[in-house]
Design a protein around this ligand. Structure first.
Ligand code: 5GP
Ligand code: 5GP
Ligand code: 5GP
Length: 208
């Protein structure tokens, strides 16, 4: 059933490599709960349209309420850690993600389920394992963009989008991995449209 208020076609499920958030000119701060694991962390689950546009900040009357995700708190801290400064527990990051993106899918997922579904998506595909199994390790070496994409396609059957940023010396590096999910956030799908952005043909995978 297509709800009149559902103004999107699919989700981007976006994970970030912490080493690439932290080794930029801007640097980072660890959460007050401690340094996150050397693993991909969730950035967000973003409603998107097939034409590439996306809604944002859809319902200021339904702001983030930490009490609605108290049962998810410890899993959020390990799987969705914040790296922004100043050091904090992550509520600011999660609240930003709900207010900006989550409210645009509230006809499909309430606040609790938005976060619970996102955590379960991360559980379903282990990106770091997929890369390491193909010999692609977070050790500061460079790997071809095509080998990174092939490793993820091989492990998941899904074509990812790789977003790069630059380390403090200007090297192009693996920053975020986008996968696509159907509009009920139940199943991974092939992306209807990819984002924009440049990576060099060979990119660094920094340690963390
Ligand atoms: P950036 O410009 O750093 O890539 O993205 C800034 C912010 O814009 C992201 O954190 C996200 O909130 C939003 N954003 C960027 N690209 C997309 C997109 O393709 N789809 C959606 N839904 N949001 C995006
Ligand atoms: P977006 O708007 O791109 O979905 O989310 C980016 C916002 O979340 C920015 O305001 C950024 O400061 C904040 N933020 C907090 N923690 C993190 C983090 O660990 N990674 C990223 N990319 N943004 C974070
Ligand atoms: P192709 O369609 O031949 O794979 O790629 C066309 C162009 O898009 C090439 O310049 C390639 O580097 C770029 N490209 C392909 N996949 C990705 C990706 O996942 N991320 C980014 N940033 N660029 C990509």
């Amino acid at each position: 059933v297509f709800s009149a208020s559902q103004d999107f076609d699919f989700f981007y499920f976006v994970q970030q490599w912490p080493g690439s958030y932290c080794d930029t000119k801007q640097s980072c701060c660890y959460p007050i709960t401690g340094k996150p694991a050397s693993n991909f962390g969730i950035h967000g689950l973003w409603p998107n349209r097939n034409n590439g546009s996306y809604p944002s900040n859809c319902d200021s009357s339904n702001p983030f309420d930490a009490s609605k995700i108290s049962d998810l708190r410890s899993e959020m801290q390990s799987e969705w850690p914040t790296l922004s400064c100043p050091n904090n527990d992550g509520l600011t990051f999660w609240g930003h993600e709900w207010d900006k993106h989550g409210t645009c899918s509230e006809s499909v997922l309430n606040q609790h389920d938005y976060f619970a579904k996102t955590l379960s998506l991360k559980d379903q595909i282990n990106l770091l394992h997929a890369l390491e199994s193909a010999g692609i390790q977070p050790n500061g070496e460079k790997y071809s963009l095509s080998s990174i994409k092939s490793a993820i396609i091989g492990a998941s059957g899904l074509t990812p989008w790789i977003q790069c940023n630059n380390d403090s010396s200007g090297n192009s590096q693996l920053y975020q991995i986008y996968l696509c999910v159907d509009s009920s956030a139940s199943d991974f799908i092939e992306c209807p449209v990819f984002p924009y952005g440049h990576c060099d043909s060979s990119i660094e995978f920094p340690s963390f």
